[in-house]
Write a protein that binds this ligand. Structure first.
Ligand code: ATP
Length: 632
């Protein structure tokens, strides 16, 4: 007997997602069954694992299965499992709320998106699981009892603002989800989900690989229920015995993505440590790719038994978007995270998995450029983290990376292509980091390189700041920031000034540079002449091994102390303002205070030109206003 019924409200975000489901945005409604079977299969996995780990848990795991029952008269469809079940609190927490990261952002994007195709894609990426029942049902009942507990829970909702919940003593262990189906409507792709043939077709198409039996009564008295799925573990089957379609469906089951994967990677390792791996690269980045608690997508199985989701030990963080299954034959079912962390075989396995993934991206780069472009657009930012965190594969990652470049504003370049295009005598791969392509392109540091026709990589991701300063080189060429150190451009397209001219210039400017260095000593450590400027009067550069201002800012934002390194102000001796300053400073009757103000403005201009902030904007504008007034 059910106890008193309690009516609860859905959490706001859950309500909004439900609305989307009820006024379904999907055309293919059949997939609700895949979602329910997927949940049931997970619940059976969990029960088997719990029973194995907790010997005191009194459960029968000898006949774990999923049953589908239909009642054409009452127009109901039930998906029943004898898995782990849910406690009352779990029902409220898991079904009444959406604990997934990225929900709020997803809903905001959906609200802003007017395009229903785009909305469908977005929500598909998120995966709405259980709620998809409301595409085909106007009322859903869930009866569940958690293994080890005596009372069960009944949950029921019409997919509107509220749901009811009550306690049901003596409910069978596991979960039964009953859908009270909406009327058939062929136009709206609402099929007859009480039809055996339809159910069979859907199970075959979407859930064939589920390792648990999915059963359905034949309707004939005395006949055994029929098992609808073939239960073949795809990863343990040779490639030529598996169809693309089967791979795709497994991918969707694992990832909850509704789109097809971009690439499938399958391999089997034999020998002393045997395992099978089936990995997928999705075709788009998940919404939570850059969130702190983003999950990694590889599941660990041991001898066909599901052990854990999100196995960090198998995939490094920078490849967190890779989904799939790894099934190891020689581990104990009892394996824990701690054991995994210390296991030498697991480390070898991970190394091999990473090599396979990077190798398959390299394959795309050579053979399937369009696919590669999609990959890099979606995941490049995450993959670049590996340049810093995975020293063993640094070369391999640089090899598959693409970067924006001055060579072609439309297409990013690989480093190999950059190196091919390098000029004679060019030893360095030039790059500049900054907030955006347009800021970097206009930076004074670019001037001489542009004038002389050198290609520069334009690095705009925060992670670029981290690796660019620490990686030594690629294909024997070193990286050089054009905002750091001295830039000695070889030959180039321009004629270079003769050495004697330069010596003469240095001598002429020495007193000004010395005086300016003292005047600005609070902010910079040296003023010197520049070889990188053609039209701007000045720019600021760092020493070769200094951290860039943007990186310093990132560290500060992360709460880390950054030793403040003073940088160097470089002057363009050919600019009239700089030439004028030199003349004025050399003059007999100079106004040192006024000159110092001009120098301060010059320094401020150099900061603005590279996209940095002024130290004291009020003072800068006051000085500038004063100088401008003087010109009138
Ligand atoms: N048959 C079931 N048995 C036990 N727990 C279940 C069952 N169905 C759902 N749950 C619980 O409810 C949670 C929410 O289910 P839901 O289908 O909404 O999302 P999900 O499966 O976690 O995620 P996704 O959107 O990725 O499918 C599940 O994670 C699971 O903990």
């Amino acid at each position: 007997m059910a106890t008193q019924t309690e009516t609860l409200e859905f959490q706001a975000e859950a309500r909004q997602l439900l609305q989307l489901m009820v006024h379904s945005i999907y055309s293919n409604k059949d997939i609700f069954l895949r979602e329910l079977i997927s949940n049931a299969s997970d619940a059976l996995d969990k029960l088997r694992l719990s029973a194995f780990k907790d010997k005191d848990l009194d459960v029968d795991v000898s006949d774990l299965r999923i049953d589908i029952e239909t009642d054409p008269e009452r127009r109901t469809l039930t998906v029943r499992d004898n898995g782990i079940g849910m406690s009352r609190d779990e029902v409220v927490g898991l079904i009444g709320t959406i604990a997934k990261s990225g929900t709020a952002e997803l809903l905001r994007t959906l609200r802003e998106s007017k395009d229903s195709e785009a909305s469908r894609e977005l929500i598909g990426q998120f995966g709405v699981g259980f709620y998809s029942s409301f595409m085909v049902a106007d009322r859903v009942t869930l009866l569940t009892r958690r293994a080890g507990e005596s009372d069960g829970t009944r949950w029921e909702s019409r997919g509107e603002g509220t749901y009811t919940i009550d306690t049901v003593p003596g409910a069978p262990q596991g979960t039964a989800v009953t859908l009270h189906l909406k009327p058939e409507d062929a136009e709206d792709q609402l099929h007859d989900y009480t039809s055996r043939a339809k159910i069979k077709e859907i199970v075959r198409r979407y859930s064939d690989f589920i390792t648990w039996p999915i059963r359905m009564e034949t309707g004939e008295e005395g006949e055994e229920a029929e098992i609808l799925n073939s239960r073949k573990a795809l990863w343990a089957r040779p490639k030529d015995e598996t169809t693309e379609e089967e791979y795709r469906e497994l991918y969707k089951h694992l990832s909850h993505d509704w789109a097809d994967p971009l690439e499938t990677i399958q391999f089997m390792a034999e020998g002393t440590f045997e395992y099978q791996a089936l990995l997928f690269i999705p075709s788009r980045a998940p919404l939570d790719l850059f969130m702190r608690d983003a999950k990694r997508g590889v599941q660990l199985y041991v001898k066909r038994v599901f052990i854990m989701d999100d196995c960090e030990e198998l995939m490094p963080e920078y490849l967190r978007f890779v989904k799939g299954v790894v099934d190891a034959q020689d581990l104990s079912l009892n394996v824990s995270r701690e054991i995994l962390q210390q296991d030498r075989h697991i480390r070898l396995m991970r190394r091999r998995l990473v090599k396979k993934v990077l190798g398959s991206v390299k394959g795309m780069l050579t053979d399937k450029p369009e696919q590669y472009d999609t990959f890099w657009r979606e995941f490049g930012k995450a993959v670049k983290e590996g340049i810093v965190t995975d020293a063993d594969n640094q070369e391999a990652i640089l090899d598959i990376a693409s970067f924006e470049t001055t060579h072609d504003p439309e297409r990013p370049t690989t480093l190999a292509r950059y190196v091919e295009r390098m000029k004679e005598g060019q030893e360095h791969i030039y790059y500049l980091t900054g907030a955006s392509r347009s800021v970097i392109e206009k930076s004074p540091h670019m001037e001489a390189l542009r004038a002389k026709g050198f290609e520069v990589l334009l690095l705009t991701d925060p992670i670029d700041e981290m690796w660019a300063g620490s990686v030594t080189g690629f294909a024997g060429k070193t990286f050089q920031s054009i905002a750091k150190g001295q830039v000695d451009l070889p030959g180039g397209d321009d004629e270079t000034e003769s050495e004697s001219e330069r010596t003469e210039q240095r001598r002429n400017f020495a007193p000004l540079l010395e005086w300016m260095t003292t005047t600005l000593e609070e902010h910079i450590k040296e003023v010197r002449l520049s070889t990188r400027l053609t039209s701007s009067p000045a720019c600021i550069v760092g020493e070769t091994y200094d951290i860039s201002p943007a990186l310093a800012k990132m560290y500060e934002a992360a709460g880390q102390e950054v030793p403040s390194a003073k940088r160097i102000l470089e002057l363009n001796p050919d600019h009239p303002l700089v030439a004028g300053l030199r003349a004025a400073h050399a003059g007999e009757t100079k106004d040192t205070a006024a000159l110092a103000e001009t120098v301060e403005l010059l320094y401020g201009m150099a900061l603005l030109a590279e996209g940095s902030e002024l130290l004291d904007p009020q003072r800068f504008t006051a000085l500038l206003a004063d100088k401008l007034t003087g010109t009138l």
